[in-house]
Design a protein around this ligand. Structure first.
Ligand code: ATP
Length: 556
């Protein structure tokens, strides 16, 4: 605005000096110098804004990612297993990139408001009629923008689930994890077609939206441009009639064009800001997800040592949003210091019982007790710290070997003797010796110098993770399924020694290992079929005896 005004003064001064007999150029040079200074200043200002925006944007993106990771860990397992959660997560994740322009938009907006007000004041002072033309020239474009940006947001939002599906298909079709089977079964074309089919649908919808937006945009722009030239003609008439000076002509036409551009920019940015706000709202909605505090959750401190043990009293469970009982009428005791094995067919409910024991889920009916007190009366986080667990689908973290072991008790990552001892007990020591970089070996193939391990080697690392934690109860869910026969026997012998005095649950399909346990519980279709020592169950001559003999026959 100031620059325009100085420009007008320069032209008026030049016209004056052309007409003057004695030329005095001092004022003219001063004006040129002023315009130069203004040009430099305005450039510095806009650079400053974009720099701070870029920096703030980076910071923001780091911050949102960290918040998302932390929030996810606070949520309950049943919330995490819900597909709506993934939609929310996906929408929040989009916030970690892409919403960076918000700050500069807001700053530029402030700057523009000042310019617009002063330009308006200038224009009104000269020719109030121009304001009407100005309104005609911008309103249609603005309405167009507002309508279409809302529609794009709705479209993007309604496609959250499909976008996740696309991400998944991209992953399934192009990742090291799936590569073997994709090649072998020749799935590449199938996956690519499925990806293309789905994205084409989205593309068609967004293409039609973009076309409408562009079509209407150009129609409205013609109206706007007509109004602009109307204003220009008006100014020219006034100048020719001698009402406006040449400087006024430059100022007014410049101011009018500037006003139109700025006002349009103002509203476009306004819609961009409201858009960002809509997307940000999704992010906050995710952060607002609260982990549903169980009404009955207790605050009781845990006993330092388990006295009598755990008891499942008539426990039944249905997974959230499911109508079928996965386990029902479950009654058994896990005595302090006892090693109990769970056996049963796939899907019998063994892992589910572990999840219930760990209070990842609450039983739908019945109760789980620790030393005679319902476990939900204890502080849940403290309670879960009681357990060292290796899940069937334990995580293969693509981090260093040291980190993979220390994950069991991450605060002890600097405690080398403790890591060494866990590695030694779990047979992971042999794996470490084979690695060129020892503990600092990056695992997995995703990153530089990463080494992938065999299934059994990964399992040894996972077992080491459980030993890192000095927990009261150890749970091994099929911990040895990938170990070779020698390693398995060795791992179990050690396990039994190491769990001496501790309570432990082992899930295994191999009866040779199961028989080492103090007692064995046989599950069938979500119910306890039999429970007892190996000898008792053999004598009982039911499913256990049958399966044991079947496996034993296989080994002969
Ligand atoms: N998160 C879940 N949501 C809904 N149903 C589930 C979930 N996890 C498991 N199930 C169902 O619960 C049943 C028992 O599963 P569970 O994993 O406890 O069996 P399991 O005895 O450990 O089997 P396996 O020997 O194959 O590991 C299965 O029918 C399974 O479909």
């Amino acid at each position: 605005m100031l620059m325009l005004w100085v420009g007008k003064l320069i032209i008026d001064e030049v016209v004056l000096q052309i007409a003057a007999d004695v030329k005095d150029l001092d004022r003219l040079w001063m004006l040129v110098a002023a315009e130069f200074a203004l040009a430099v200043l305005s450039d510095l200002l806009s650079r400053g804004i974009s720099l701070s925006d870029a920096l703030l944007g980076d910071q923001y993106s780091i911050d949102t990612s960290v918040k998302i990771i932390k929030k996810t860990s606070e949520l309950d397992l049943d919330q995490l297993e819900d597909s709506e959660f993934y939609d929310k997560l996906e929408r929040a994740r989009q916030q970690t990139t892409g919403r960076v322009g918000l700050m500069s938009n807001i700053l530029t907006q402030g700057e523009d408001v000042v310019t617009i007000i002063s330009l308006l004041a200038g224009v009104v002072a000269f020719e109030p009629w121009l304001i009407i033309l100005l309104v005609v020239s911008i309103v249609p474009t603005i309405l167009n923008e507002i309508k279409f940006s809302g529609t794009s947001y709705s479209l993007a939002r309604s496609w959250t689930q499909e976008r996740r599906e696309l991400d998944y298909l991209r992953y399934a079709g192009a990742s090291d994890v799936t590569a073997k089977e994709v090649k072998l079964f020749g799935l590449s074309d199938y996956l690519a077609e499925r990806f293309k089919g789905l994205s084409d649908k989205y593309y068609t919808q967004s293409k039609s939206l973009a076309k409408q937006r562009a079509g209407w945009g150009s129609v409205f722009n013609v109206i706007g441009t007509t109004a602009y030239y109307g204003a220009y003609i008006l100014i020219i008439f006034r100048t020719v009639a001698g009402i406006f000076s040449l400087g006024d002509l430059t100022f007014l036409s410049g101011a009018f064009r500037g006003l139109r551009q700025r006002l349009q920019g103002f509203f476009t940015r306004f819609t961009a800001i409201t858009d960002s706000a809509l997307y940000l709202q999704d992010y906050f909605e995710f952060l607002d997800l609260t982990y549903e505090e169980k009404s009955s959750e207790g605050k009781l401190p845990l006993p330092r040592k388990i006295q009598t043990g755990f008891e499942f009293a008539n426990v039944g469970f249905k997974y959230p949003k499911s109508e079928t009982w996965v386990v029902r009428n479950i009654n058994f005791k896990l005595r302090a210091g006892e090693k109990l094995a769970f056996v049963g067919e796939n899907g019998a409910g063994k892992t589910t019982l572990i999840k219930l024991l760990l209070q990842f889920y609450e039983p739908t009916e019945g109760e789980i007790l620790l030393d005679g007190i319902p476990v939900k009366q204890y502080n849940r986080l403290q309670y879960q710290q009681y357990f060292g667990v290796i899940f069937q689908d334990f995580v293969k973290f693509e981090l260093t070997l040291r980190e993979n072991i220390a994950m069991g008790e991450i605060t002890e990552i600097k405690n080398q003797p403790r890591i060494d001892s866990a590695a030694q007990k779990s047979l992971a020591e042999e794996v470490i010796l084979q690695m060129p970089l020892g503990y600092d070996q990056q695992l997995g193939k995703r990153f530089k110098q990463g080494k992938d391990l065999s299934g059994g080697q990964w399992q040894k690392i996972a077992i080491a993770r459980a030993y890192m934690k000095d927990s009261e109860v150890l749970i091994l869910d099929e911990p040895t399924s990938a170990l070779d026969a020698r390693a398995e026997t060795e791992a179990f012998d050690r396990f039994i020694k190491l769990t001496e005095g501790k309570t432990a649950v082992i899930i295994s399909h191999r009866f040779s290992t199961v028989r080492i346990a103090d007692r064995i519980m046989v599950l069938k279709d979500g119910a306890v079929l039999e429970i007892g020592t190996h000898e008792e169950l053999i004598k009982n001559d039911q499913l256990y005896a049958e399966l044991f003999n079947l496996q034993a026959a296989g080994y002969q």
